[in-house]
Design a protein around this ligand. Structure first.
Ligand SMILES: [Zn+2]
Length: 223
């Protein structure tokens, strides 16, 4: 039976389910409980939540949390589902460099600030570049560790877009390391995840790493 129709792209249901599965659903406290929790932490710090300068603080912190952690309410898969196929056969690297992000480490709830570089080798489909930046936001606006965030960004692109290769490099400074504990300022951590051709073909890997360029090397200039 002759078939000239291009087969539809089917994203493996099981794997998408895996990405969609959010951290275990939690019962959110009421706003009043959250405000009380901030007052408790102010007292824990040694100050009086009843003094004038701190009266509005619980309200501001609770609102900030909604912004810092807005990624829990967003679906990273839905973000990437609109793709463009009219690429005139473009099959070279697409690279989005220096996507700044702010996140919070899940061990200290201290800021992680850095840059993400995302590259992929299209397989007839490309995605709007703003969508890649939004994808970073969805995962950054959660309690994170950098290694996990690197994998999540790469895996989502790989499974939804199904390109020939994906490379994600993240360089970031962790304030739990610079403002407390060992107090090592100027240190940045670099993580990477390579999939497809970037993992299996050393030439492709070298090419993408050359395009991304040398990581900040601890200069921390993105902080
Ligand atoms: Zn930490």
């Amino acid at each position: 039976m002759p078939s000239i129709a291009k087969p539809p792209v089917i994203v493996a249901a099981a794997s998408v389910e895996r990405i969609r599965s959010k951290p275990r659903p939690v019962a959110r406290p009421t706003r009043d409980e959250a405000l009380d929790a901030v007052r408790t932490l102010i007292r824990w710090a040694g100050d009086d939540p009843g003094r004038e300068g701190l009266l509005g603080t619980p309200e501001r912190v609770v609102r900030s949390y909604q912004e810092y952690f807005s990624g829990y309410d967003e679906d990273p898969v839905a973000l990437l589902q609109r793709t463009f196929e009219e690429t005139d056969g473009y099959d070279e690297i697409v690279l989005l460099k220096d996507i700044r992000f702010e996140s919070f480490c899940e061990h200290h709830i201290a800021p992680i600030i850095g840059k993400v570089h995302i590259a992929y080798l299209p397989n007839n489909r490309v995605v709007g570049i703003s969508k890649l930046a939004r994808l970073v936001e969805v995962y950054a606006k959660r309690l994170q560790i950098q290694e996990k965030m690197t994998s999540q960004v790469a895996n989502t692109i790989d499974e939804v877009l199904q390109p020939k290769g994906v490379a994600v490099v993240i360089e970031a400074a962790h304030q739990c390391m610079t403002t407390r504990g060992v107090h090592k300022a100027g240190v940045s951590m670099v993580t990477s995840r390579m999939l497809g051709e970037f993992r299996t073909d050393p030439t492709s890997r070298r090419e993408v790493l050359a395009m991304i360029g040398t990581p900040a090397g601890g200069s921390g200039d993105y902080v």
